[in-house]
Design a protein around this ligand. Structure first.
Ligand SMILES: Cc1ncc(COP(=O)(O)O)c(C=O)c1O
Length: 434
């Protein structure tokens, strides 16, 4: 056994493997036997989404025969002896060391998410924003540039323009979907192309095949925030996108009761990302991860209902005389409908719409009159939510900024939950009658 005492005790911090990789009962670099972990539930390659939601990433036999995952509360993990510690630091045993570098609950949920996304690996964070910050901080250095499609979650834009800029990273924003402008903005310092699809809150679907191709042709990595789509509706890695990001706070968790974020991609490209996360410390508690795992078990069922509700309510709003405009990619009237229909399986539960001839107060009256959806930010949970972007996320922006970001005073954003569509429609009908 190699006994290189210069290796620090956190040697595992940058090289944590997924549970799948611990299945190989192979030899370690020094020729000794790797200690195997208990086997994972084996699934057929053609296993359906719900089968993967329920079983992927989980041990076939859990502690004490428990069918649910035990919640590991430990912040640190003990070694029997220095010899056992040396086995670990030399990479001959895959196990836990310290909570900031990984936990059994985290490994299991990461493997489940990677399976849903069709990606080699997933890395969990304490929120969607922590995932964005973690990825960009690990990939960018002073002097680097990113090109960003301009419709996006307000805080993602704010992080790039107000904070990455402090570290000498330049963000070039171009009109969403304008690939010529994107190509023109790329130069030899460009390191990443960034977009959401669909975008928040305008629901514009971006042509992912083209997006990935522009990245490849220019040797620039690509990132898609697919929070609003979820892996039920689209899997950007299938289109050649390098990194897929989700706020797992939304549909993946699905119950408005947790915050988490995830980045999926290729193992090799994610190594430095995982290493930095171990330093940033933006990790989840195991209690939180248990909730995420539990939420994921019903992911496919929930998404079917979110998609159905989104489509039915968007159609209802589109036909309503008080509604001026509806932003929903499942409607033929949406400018990116064709792209969305060609690459997505469904269009999710988020709808943005404007009220005809209404000022901000008259718009607020509609929001206040709705009884089922509750006034709150967020989306993707079982409970429907409603908000007026003007007085929620964009309240502290200047009118000029709001105009630039396409946020109108008479705009409402509704996140359809899994309630019955008829009830939501009846409720909106009475709210729009106020
Ligand atoms: C598209 C999108 N990405 C990222 C985030 C940030 O996620 P979180 O709130 O989990 O930090 C959000 C939050 O609303 C979002 O809508």
């Amino acid at each position: 056994m190699q006994t290189d005492m210069s290796i620090e005790s956190d040697a595992n911090s940058g090289s944590q493997s997924s549970p799948n990789s611990s299945e190989t009962n192979s030899s370690a670099a020094d020729g000794s036997q790797v200690v195997p972990s208990p086997p994972l539930t084996e699934l057929q390659p053609e296993a359906g989404l719900s089968t993967r939601c329920v079983h992927s990433g989980e041990r076939r036999q859990k502690s004490e025969g428990s069918i649910t995952a035990p919640i590991f509360t430990a912040s640190t993990y003990t070694f029997d002896s220095t010899e056992s510690l040396m086995r670990f630091v030399n990479g001959n045993e895959q196990r836990e060391e310290y909570g900031r570098y990984g936990t059994p609950n985290e490994k299991s949920v990461e493997a489940k998410l990677a399976a849903l996304e069709g990606a080699e690996q997933a890395i969990l964070y304490s929120s969607g924003m922590a995932a964005i910050v973690g990825l960009l901080m690990s990939k960018l250095s002073s002097g680097d540039e990113i090109v960003f499609f301009d419709q996006c979650y307000h805080r993602s834009r704010e992080f790039c323009t107000k904070h990455l800029s402090r570290f000498g990273v330049v963000t070039r924003q171009v009109k969403t979907g304008d690939f010529d402008a994107m190509e023109a903005a790329i130069n030899r310092n460009t390191k990443m192309l960034v977009s959401e699809s669909p975008t928040n809150p305008h629901l514009t679907a971006v042509d992912l095949e083209r997006f990935a191709a522009v990245g490849k042709a220019n040797e620039v990595e690509t990132l898609i925030d697919a929070t609003l789509a979820t892996p039920y509706n689209i899997r950007p890695v299938d289109f050649g996108v390098d990194y897929v990001l989700h706020s797992a706070t939304k549909y993946l968790g699905g119950h408005n009761d947790l915050m988490a974020g995830v980045i999926c991609g290729r193992k090799e490209q994610l190594e430095s990302v995982r290493a930095l996360r171990g330093i940033l410390g933006s990790v989840n508690s195991s209690h939180n991860l248990y909730l995420l795992e539990r939420g994921l078990k019903t992911f496919e069922l929930r998404m079917q209902r979110h998609n159905e509700n989104g489509q039915r309510i968007a159609e209802f709003l589109d036909a309503h005389p008080r509604v001026e405009k509806v932003y929903y990619p499942g409607l033929k009237s949406h400018p990116s409908h064709e792209i969305a229909a060609s690459q997505m399986r469904g269009f999710g539960g988020l709808i943005t719409f404007t009220i005809k001839d209404a000022d901000w107060k008259q718009t607020a009256q509609v929001v206040d009159a709705a009884q089922i959806p509750r006034i709150a930010p967020s989306l993707g949970g079982v409970e429907s939510l409603i908000e007026q972007p003007l007085v929620m996320s964009y309240y502290h922006c200047t009118p000029a900024e709001r105009e630039q970001f396409g946020i109108a005073d008479n705009m409402i954003r509704m996140a359809c939950g899994i309630e019955n569509a008829e009830d939501l429609i009846a409720d909106l009908k009475q709210a729009l009658a106020t």
